[in-house]
Design a protein around this ligand. Structure first.
Ligand SMILES: Cc1cc2nc3c(=O)[nH]c(=O)nc-3n(C[C@H](O)[C@H](O)[C@H](O)COP(=O)(O)O)c2cc1C
Length: 383
């Protein structure tokens, strides 16, 4: 691999937090926490990456304290961890301690599945799924099993104002729990068609009250979540907000058609107290809009003035979705990463599958050793 990555090995200050380098472990669902409780294997999994020089670990998505947060989603998820209840919190305390002992930093990814959750599943099968307008979105483009899509196509009751308030309070309680446990910040999952993104996307948010309307109004829920997380933690506790254009319902759809719409969307979320934007793309170097080759993380940084993180395809020949169907292998594209980093497009680089396949990925990027090969079988163990 490239040995020209020295700039990516420089430290980065995210508020009071000092990352030892620019490489971040991207959030990746594992489903190894029965009853929502992370055990020793979860601690060992994150410790392995922290020991091998990852600058910051963002955990797998963790269900917020709301009964409809977690269920079986488009991948039939189960055993998703929670961030409330004594046993789960004790489990996370141990995870945090292990990562800190290994010299690392760790933030939980707060997750509410929203419209993607299959009704009748999860820790509270009795509650309905949370949908801003009672719809999952257009089902023609979803690449999920037909039985899942048929179920999702059934309209349900839109969230009421008071139900929305309850969910925001759930985010706040979970953030407060994380703060007290000693996590190093909060990462909010606002992407991929899940609850927060379903407020941002026109296809799933057709509301005419304060939670819907133009793109700035559709960002109200996200902004309120950020504000609640800020209020539940402290003024200097780092908050990372992940957003995307793509959705599980439609990989080619988007929230913002141009930079002006992106500004209208991210502005209120940024003002609510975000410290860094995590722009989730399938391939980091894909131009976000016509007329410029800048990626989405570059636009987020330019528009908000906040630092940003990119993700998608670092070290691999194919993006996440196509890697399931087409042969994928390890490639050397750190030169391209470095080139865009030098242009100031982003401050941090998130690595997903690379770090899944190879816990030593960051250390090997430093030394130039070969990475472990890509293998779909690794998803079965997520070790
Ligand atoms: C097994 C797996 C689970 C994932 N789970 C999550 C998740 O819980 N939350 C999230 O925001 N993204 C999730 N992602 C997306 C990754 O964070 C990342 O954005 C994506 O894999 C692209 O990065 P990569 O090309 O380096 O793998 C997941 C990806 C994988 C491979």
């Amino acid at each position: 691999m490239s040995n020209a990555i020295d700039p990516l090995l420089t430290p980065f200050a995210l508020g009071k937090l000092k990352l030892r380098n620019r490489f971040v472990m991207a959030p990746m669902t594992r489903g190894h926490s029965p009853d929502g409780i992370p055990g020793e294997n979860v601690a060992a999994y994150y410790r392995r990456r922290a020991e091998a020089d990852v600058g910051l670990v963002i955990t797998e998505g963790i269900g917020i304290d709301h009964p409809a947060a977690i269920g079986s989603g488009s991948m039939g998820e189960s055993n998703i961890p929670l961030l409330h209840g004594d046993a789960a919190l004790e489990g996370w305390r141990h995870v945090v301690d292990e990562v800190h002992q290994a010299g690392g930093l760790i933030m939980p990814q707060l997750w509410h599945m929203g419209v993607i959750r299959m009704a009748g599943t999860g820790y509270h099968p009795e509650v309905p799924s949370a949908r801003p307008s009672g719809v999952w979105g257009p089902t023609e483009k979803g690449m999920m099993p037909p039985e899942y899509l048929a179920e999702m196509a059934k309209p349900t009751a839109p969230l009421t104002d008071s139900e929305i308030g309850d969910i925001i309070a759930g985010y706040a309680r979970s953030a407060s729990n994380a703060y007290k446990l000693g996590f190093d910040g909060i990462a909010i999952h606002g992407a991929h068609g899940y609850l927060i993104d379903s407020f941002l996307w026109w296809a799933t948010n057709q509301r005419t009250d304060k939670w819907g309307g133009d793109i700035a109004r559709r960002a109200t829920f996200a902004a309120e979540v950020v504000r609640a997380v800020r209020a539940a933690t402290s003024p200097d506790f780092p908050i990372i907000f992940r957003f995307s254009q793509w959705k599980l319902q439609d990989y080619s759809s988007f929230n913002a058609a141009n930079p002006a719409e992106l500004e209208a969307m991210l502005g209120p979320i940024s003002d609510a107290g975000v410290d860094l934007f995590d722009a989730s793309t399938r391939i980091f170097s894909t131009p976000a809009f016509d007329g410029s080759d800048m990626g989405l993380a570059g636009w987020a940084k330019k528009i908000t003035g906040k630092p940003s993180m990119m993700v998608g395809g670092v070290g691999l020949s194919r993006d996440l979705q196509s890697s399931f169907a087409q042969e994928t292998h390890v490639v050397n594209n750190l030169d391209l990463v470095e080139e865009r980093f030098a242009r100031g497009e982003f401050d941090l680089v998130a690595i997903g599958r690379g770090l899944l396949m190879d816990p030593q990925w960051v250390r090997k990027a430093k030394t130039g050793e070969a990475f472990n090969p890509f293998s779909l079988a690794a998803y079965a163990t997520l070790n």
